[in-house]
Each structure stands twice: as structure tokens, then as C-alpha cells.
Design a protein around this ligand. Structure first.
Ligand code: SF4
Length: 474
């Protein structure tokens, strides 16, 4: 599925000795998080005296050369890959964001969306803060800086910020003295985890466990919802700043965003997706010769569907892995062409066969419609579509770049109408109960707002936010 964009991945590294350079580790970690954002990348380091950094537009490998990396000297670093939802795609909105004034100097990298950033910004402007971009990251930075004037240290300033910020945020912060702080919002929308690279005793905080694995690190624990982790010179301290009796992990992390080799709050993404595929078969069995995944997003669920049904799985659709940045496609016709660039059916596999096509979600339905069309043109006799996520009927205000509600096909059409539109022989969606069973968490531990319109954040002017975010959505 290629119609939804995640918003950002973060990494932080802290080596206990000044002789250990961490920018290369940050680069490798960001490469492992590239799927979370392809718009810009940045790394900021603490060199013992000051914070220095580099960021640019493009993929991690496009932004950083060996020369640039070797110029980023320091034993503490934070890094970021970005896809935007609240600000335009330009260099001034790339992260990490460096806040520097007479009373505070730090760099910040952030994954999520602050739902009340408009009112916070207004309050800060009334206090004299001047903003240079329209991103919520800048609002967070100014809020932390403002808090630093009132409290003793970063731990206190961040604790206070957690009572002021509404929304989804997993962030890492690098101070002017080389401390790292990692913060996860009280509802725990986004993943954030802590690990250590045993070779050099480098502590790592990352959006996903796969980044820790990539660095040959050992996973230690998830940063808990509402928790702040401080890392400095080989010491880790934690503070539970806010405790809530419910959480709101984004169900899409389990269904689509996170890498299958990651583990989010103790749940294997691969196993959750595979189980969703098994449940999908029980809910919507189909008679067919082959199960075909939409690569790569539908593969784990397709495996589960195949195992549960006994129908063999086959790669009937190939993906061009070098078509990355779909967000630059500005119009519907461009996007439709882009599907053809990205996918190609394997005629020898699908010709004359009845197929179960498994994908993770349907947003506008233009992508799946093109794929069904391609498979039939390649000779597939029947294409039964199975979707491992329930119908998406509402916008996301917590960091995911969904189109507006009027573009969400399931918000406007019945399943039968969608099936007709995509010209499939049948269409079956996951149910919300099936989703909960597949992930293995109760409803009060997940955010399901785009499926059931029950937003876990209160007191937000969604209409105002829709206007602000809507202008940036395609
Ligand atoms: S509304 Fe949907 S996409 Fe947004 S955070 Fe909630 S579950 Fe995730």
C-alpha cells in the first residue's frame, strides 16, 4: 500500500568516552529507519564544546557523504528522517531542529504531531517567542526553552512540557552539555526503544528495534508511555512524568508502518501481521489457486492467509524498489502512473489462476484498483482482494498523512461499492475485533480513531487542525 506516509524516525546515540565517534552509527541507524521518512535526513552531534550538525533534503544516502559524516565529530548524536504532515517539504523544516538562545541550546528530533500546536504557538508568541517555520517541532522546542526559564533542568522542563503537549510524540533531545533525553508521549502513540551496543557501550534510542539490531546492539527496553530517559556519560536514568490508565498505540504501526523485524512494546510486528492474515482467512475465506501479496506491505498477512487456508503463496507481483519518493507526485494521474512504475505482475505466475490478493489497507483505492487491473490484464481469472486492516473512515490528527475524509473511499462507499470500483471478484476487510485479536492488545491500549472516530485526545479543535493540516495534504 503506497498511499499513506509515516511521519519520521528518530535515533540518538551516547558513547561513554569522547574518543568514540558516533555519527557513522547514527547514519546506519537512520538507514534502518528510512522507511519512516524519505523527505529529509539530519544528524546533530555534540563535539565536547558545542552542537554541530548537517541536514538536507532526500534519502539518508543522498544527504550524507563520507566527507560530511567524518566532519561530524562527537560521541553523542541525534538523527532524524522525515516525512511532513504539518509543514512544507523544505530544508527549514528538516530535522533535527537546533534551538539556540542565551538561555537554552539544544537539538531536537521528533516523530508525531502535536494536536494543540496552534494554541501553544499563540501562547508562546504572546510571551515574545518568534517562529521561523510553521512546524510543530519548532513549537515543541520553544515550549521546552520557555519551560527552562521556569524550572531547574531539562528533566523538569520536559516533564512540564508533557503536561502541556497534546498529541503523538516520540522525541530525542541533545543538550549543549552532551546529555540525551528520550521522551514518549503519555498515550504512547509512537514506538521508542532503548538499546546498547556492547562493543563500545554506546546507548542507543531509536524509533524501532530494527535500528538497534542493525547497529549490532542489544535491545534493553521500550521507553514507556509518559516516560523520560536521560543518558549521559554511560549512565541512564528514567522518570515516569505522566501516568495514564489507557494508552493509544497507533494500530497502523502494527499493520503497516513498522518494519516486520521490529518489536513494538513487546509485540513482534511480523507475528501480528501473520496472525492478522490467519484471521482474515477465517473471516473471509476464498477459493483460489494462489495467495499473492502486494509487496512488501501485504507479505506477512499473505503468509498467514496462506498458512491458514492451505492455498500456496506466490510472488505474482513484483515491486521496483527504487521508486521511493511517491510524495512528489502531485496529482491523481501522476499517482496512477506511479503505481505502474512501482508494480509489475508476473504473468507466468498469475495467468489462468484464481488469486487472493492480500494488502494491508485501502485509502483512496486507486492503487489497489490499478493492481487488480494489471493482474487481470496479465491473465488472472479471478482476483479476490483481502485487506488486513478494517476500513479507514476518518482522518488522523496524530501524525499520519491520511488524505482528507472526502478522499477516504471507505468513508463514502460501502464494501460492495468499493469492490465494484476496484473491479475485484470479491473484497473482504479485517474487522476491529479481528484487529484487536491479531495485535493482541485490548481496545484501551490502542488508537483506532481512523477506524471508529473515537479520538483518544480531547479538547482539540479538530476543525482548525483539519484546515491547517489539510492544506498540506494531497
Ligand atoms: S488515527 Fe489511525 S493512523 Fe492516526 S494514530 Fe490513530 S490509529 Fe494511527
Amino acid at each position: 500500500m503506497i498511499e499513506i506516509k509515516e511521519r519520521c524516525g528518530v535515533i540518538a546515540l551516547s558513547a561513554p568516552h569522547k574518543s568514540i565517534q558516533v555519527s557513522r552509527y547514527a547514519f546506519d541507524g537512520l538507514m534502518a529507519l528510512q522507511h519512516r521518512g524519505q523527505e529529509s535526513a539530519g544528524i546533530y552531534v555534540f563535539n565536547g564544546k558545542s552542537i554541530e550538525g548537517y541536514k538536507g533534503l532526500g534519502l539518508v544516502s543522498e544527504v550524507f557523504s563520507t566527507n560530511i559524516l567524518s566532519g561530524l565529530i562527537g560521541n553523542v548524536a541525534i538523527g532524524h528522517v522525515r516525512y511532513s504532515t504539518t509543514a512544507k517539504s523544505d530544508i527549514e523544516n528538516a530535522q533535527p531542529y537546533h534551538f539556540s538562545s542565551t538561555y537554552a541550546n539544544f537539538a531536537l528530533a521528533f516523530n508525531g504531531t502535536i494536536s494543540n500546536f496552534l494554541s501553544l504557538r499563540k501562547e508562546l508568541e504572546e510571551k515574545g517567542h518568534v517562529f521561523t517555520s510553521n512546524s510543530d517541532t519548532e513549537v515543541i522546542a520553544h515550549l521546552i526553552a520557555s519551560n527552562l526559564l521556569e524550572v531547574e533542568d531539562y528533566m523538569e522542563a520536559l516533564s512540564l512540557a508533557m503536561t502541556q503537549l497534546k498529541g503523538a510524540y516520540s522525541m530525542v533531545l541533545l543538550t549543549e552539555t552532551g546529555e540525551i533525553y528520550a521522551v514518549r508521549d503519555p498515550l504512547g502513540f509512537k514506538p521508542l526503544c532503548l538499546g546498547v551496543i556492547p562493543k563500545n557501550e554506546i546507548y542507543v534510542v531509536a524509533s524501532e528495534t530494527a535500528a538497534i539490531d542493525t547497529l549490532s546492539g542489544e535491545f534493553l527496553n521500550d521507553v514507556a508511555p509518559g516516560e523520560i530517559v536521560r543518558i549521559c556519560e554511560g549512565e541512564v536514568t528514567t522518570k515516569k512524568a505522566v501516568s495514564l490508565n489507557r494508552h493509544a498505540r497507533c494500530m497502523f504501526e502494527f499493520v503497516y508502518f513498522s518494519r516486520p523485524d521490529s518489536v513494538f512494546d513487546g509485540i513482534s510486528i511480523y507475528k501480528a501481521r501473520e496472525k492478522l492474515g490467519r484471521i482474515l482467512y477465517r473471516l473471509h475465506p476464498a477459493e483460489a489457486d494462489l495467495v499473492v501479496p502486494v509487496p512488501d506491505s501485504g507479505r506477512c498477512a499473505a503468509t498467514g492467509y496462506s498458512e491458514e487456508s492451505g492455498i500456496p503463496i506466490a510472488e505474482g507481483l513484483m515491486k521496483n524498489r527504487y521508486v521511493w519518493r511517491t510524495f512528489i507526485m502531485p496529482t491523481q494521474s501522476y499517482r496512477e502512473n506511479q503505481v505502474r512504475l512501482k508494480f509489475n505482475p508476473v504473468k507466468s505466475v498469475v495467468e489462468g489462476r484464481d488469486i487472493v490478493l492480500v494488502d494491508d489497507s485501502i485509502v483512496r483505492a486507486t492503487t489497489i484498483k490499478r493492481i487488480v487491473h494489471m493482474l487481470k490484464k496479465a491473465g488472472a481469472k479471478k482476483v479476490h482482494v483481502r485487506i488486513s486492516c478494517p476500513p479507514i473512515i476518518a482522518a488522523c490528527y496524530m501524525g499520519i498523512d491520511f488524505p482528507t475524509r472526502r478522499e477516504l473511499i471507505a468513508a463514502n462507499c460501502t464494501v460492495k461499492e468499493i469492490c465494484n470500483f476496484i473491479e475485484a471478484d470479491s473484497l473482504g476487510y479485517m474487522t476491529i475485533d479481528g484487529l484487536l485479536e491479531g495485535i493482541g492488545l485490548p481496545e484501551n491500549e490502542l488508537c483506532l480513531a481512523c477506524l471508529n472516530c473515537k479520538y483518544p485526545i480531547e479538547e482539540i479543535d479538530f476543525e482548525l487542525l483539519e484546515k491547517t493540516l489539510g492544506g498540506e495534504r494531497r
